[in-house]
Design a protein around this ligand. Sequence first.
Ligand code: AMP
Length: 283
Amino acid sequence: MKVFSTSAEIYTHVLRERLEGKRVGLVPTMGALHEGHVSLVRQAKSVCDRAVATIFVNPTQFGPKEDLSKYPRTLNEDLEKLDQAGCDYVFTPAELQMYGEGHSTYVEPPQVASRWEGEIRPGHFRGVCTIVLKLFQMIPADIAYLGRKDYQQLAVIRAMVRDLNIPVCIEACETIREPDGLAMSSRNRYLSHEQRHRALGLIRALRIAERLVERGERDVQAVESAMRQELLAAPVDSIDYAAIVDPVTLEPIAEIESSVVAIIAARLGSTRLIDNATIIARR
Ligand code: AMP
């Protein structure tokens, strides 16, 4: 596994592989890697000739009061995990490499970024779109592997790729969970033992939503209120949202007709967790 820290080096290497006819898969991450990230690398390796991972804690996607400075940084362990997963190249740029002096160009996020995370974290998707577009330029991959865990981020990046004609395919990968159902997240390590226990309210609320729809419930408000009840019973400390939305636009829907997504963001102490589930309503 080769590790690069400049865009010129990674670009040259990846371009050469592409010109030789190799298929290249890209896995962008912020590090503090867990089995969810590793699964993306494995999927990239199972389809592509080369897997490239990036590790960069992107400052422009954090708000002024968010956890940028305490975001976990575990580079040595990350490199070990990537190597074991069969990753070929890792790009670990310094901040100045990504945002050089005078950097002042940003991507205006698509419509699908406006609600939910976009509303609660102003500027977040502007930072995400900007860094992801920059990574796509520096690493001309065939396929980018993204997790469904960050469902809105996935929808935002899909829309950006479509709208800006970026020549990369987006592959959505399943959420990897702990045995008890908690979605793996770099932020889980902030949870105390008892917060970790209460965090299971998120997966329980998603399962309740699934079960209700499976049993024929089509009223959005009924499902949303059952999700909230489950979260409050956990109890989580606060709920940012617990909603049933359209899987493509992420707009609220009036009635459950076919496929919907249940999305949740909730806080435990100062830790904010998100999770989601795609639910198919059978006729
Ligand atoms: P992050 O490092 O948190 O920015 O995430 C990097 C990539 O890993 C994103 O595409 C995430 O959606 C994905 N990811 C994070 N957690 C998981 C998980 N539990 N299962 C699958 N993919 C994940």
